[in-house]
Ligand binder design. Sequence first.
Ligand SMILES: [Zn+2]
Length: 63
Amino acid sequence: MTACPVCGQRTIGKVGTDQYYCSECCVEFLVRGENVKIFNVETDGTLTLYNPLQDTAVNLQEG
Ligand SMILES: [Zn+2]
């Protein structure tokens, strides 16, 4: 079961093979095994890498 790595909610939808969108944070994230990449969705629809310097607890759900 996949949860949003940013907020931990399950308010996510699948948008690609390993790609999900969280309607809570408005981010997309890509899951490749244990690797999770998080992207901001800009207003024009482009994806930018989520800023990990923002000290939000990235709570990776494992298992
Ligand atoms: Zn989220």
